[in-house]
Ligand binder design. Structure first.
Ligand code: IP8
Length: 263
């Protein structure tokens, strides 16, 4: 089984509200189809279908004022619209994709997963379907509502299914020692483990983003790497990288490994 995250910065233009990058998503879908010969679980980010409005109305802070409610509804609708488009790309590529919104498998409290059931996913996988979850605005027992990032679903799915391979498709080649978008001298790290120093990674990202920074993502990927054989970040904008990663061919990337336990 493989678990793939299609980053919101790859499948959408994060700087332009509700802008889907259809050709990128179609290509990634085809790469999954031709690369994988096993069960596939897919999670996608919200990109400009979620973050711009969620940030404007502070939806990640939960219910603070009445008029937020209207925007909870629009963000829910918008991320479903994105999800439909992703499903369309996957189905066109020959993958039998079905939607599993986070709230159909999980409950949430204070922005964290309180309960998670793998049944909605496993029953679909058993039938040869490809479950597709996504970052969403969700009911939250303590905050009224909160944001569930796709990475949070990735962590739950990795824990539950122990995939052979977890691939994150980002808009950069992997993890760098500095921000490659700001600093040309940034060097790609072939491998990272939990000894990585987080001080060089910023808390905030360039585009509107309510779920985080590279720092938060690295922490999540380190946790995920404990539950799979291999966890890798590739550039989803470069043709063939996802397919090569799935086939186990050497590819420009960063591999995330859990802390090495000394004997
Ligand atoms: O793009 C965020 O999910 P992510 C979900 O996976 C919303 O971090 C609604 C902003």
């Amino acid at each position: 089984m493989i678990l793939v995250k299609l980053g919101g910065s790859v499948i959408t233009d994060k700087s332009r509200l509700r802008t889907f990058r259809r050709s990128a998503c179609d290509r990634l879908a085809r790469e999954m189809r031709s690369g994988a010969s096993e069960g596939i679980l897919v999670v996608h980010g919200a990109g400009s279908f979620g973050h711009i409005v969620a940030k404007k109305y502070a939806l990640h802070k939960g219910l603070k004022y009445d008029s937020q409610v209207e925007h909870v509804a629009t963000v829910q609708r918008d991320v479903r619209e994105l999800n439909l488009r992703v499903l369309e790309s996957l189905i066109d590529a020959g993958l039998n994709a079905v939607s599993v919104p986070p709230a159909s498998s999980s409950t949430f409290e204070n922005g964290c997963v309180k309960t998670f059931s793998d049944t909605p996913f496993s029953s679909l996988l058993d039938m040869g379907l490809v479950p597709v979850s996504f970052g969403d605005v969700v009911p939250d027992m303590a905050m009224g509502f909160s944001i569930c990032s796709g990475d949070l679903m990735m962590a739950e799915l990795a824990k539950a299914f122990k995939p052979r391979l977890v691939v994150f498709c980002a808009d950069v080649d992997g993890v760098f020692d500095k921000d490659p978008k700001l600093d040309k001298s940034a060097k790609l790290l072939d491998e990272i483990d939990s000894s990585i120093t987080m001080t060089s990674f910023k808390e905030k990202s360039v585009n509107a983003d309510v779920t985080g920074s590279m720092k938060g993502k690295i922490e999540m990927m380190l946790a995920i790497s404990e539950h799979c054989e291999k966890c890798i970040i590739v550039n989803g904008n470069v043709r063939g990288r996802l397919e090569s990663a799935i086939k186990g061919t050497q590819v420009k990337s960063t591999t995330v490994v859990p802390r090495q336990v000394s004997a």
